[in-house]
Design a protein around this ligand. Sequence first.
Ligand SMILES: Nc1ncnc2c1ncn2[C@@H]1O[C@H](COP(=O)(O)OP(=O)(O)OP(=O)(O)O)[C@@H](O)[C@H]1O
Length: 219
Amino acid sequence: MNKVIDYRDVELHRQDLIALRHVNLSVGEGEFVYLIGKVGSGKSSLLKSLYADIPIAGGEARVLDYDLNTIRRRDIPFLRRQIGIVFQDFQLLTDRSAYANLKFVLEATGWKDKSDIEARIEEVLRGVGMLNKSYKNPHELSGGEQQRIVIARALLNHPRIILADEPTGNLDPATGEAIVNRLHDIARQGTTVIMATHNLSFVDQFPGRVIKCENHTIS
Ligand SMILES: Nc1ncnc2c1ncn2[C@@H]1O[C@H](COP(=O)(O)OP(=O)(O)OP(=O)(O)O)[C@@H](O)[C@H]1O
């Protein structure tokens, strides 16, 4: 199994306080991992550390081909390009269509060829069943439809890892299930998925590895 995440005795701080410590975590290609735990238990902190948004305060941490302790600032965008992020604080831009949101990301990550851009956008939109509504602005889409666009956006650059923080938080149960089901499909295709959730019913319905944040560590 190819490891995509390897944390050894990692410690993470939030404003000088220890959020998590003694974090030992090894995750392979194509694994689906649920991250569970109470509010404030450190789930988001762990996810943010994985894309170098918060620093490693102790221990050894590798994600894909990078050592997070020594990664250079200029290499962080290259790490992030391989990680699809589905977070509440990465919402769609509201001043443009869903399609234009995706185009914006591809252009910002160096895609130049117009027909390549169009083909890739169509491919990811088709994958989440949103091809026919991509002309709409985010506010004209339901919460579930917006979340499907956010997932499509996360997939654009063929990420090796998807990090999803409460991706079903604002959705009705059926829509939430459809999103989790789609994330499992993505994992089966070889992309590692780590999903933080409060909803334990998903774990029974769509089995995956479960990691719990508790008492400032994981188990
Ligand atoms: N931006 C921040 N600055 C300082 N402390 C923070 C910040 N964000 C979170 N914390 C603190 O870090 C600890 C872990 O929070 P974190 O957001 O990782 O938990 P969580 O399990 O993701 O919670 P939730 O389920 O509410 O998202 C908490 O004690 C929290 O108060």
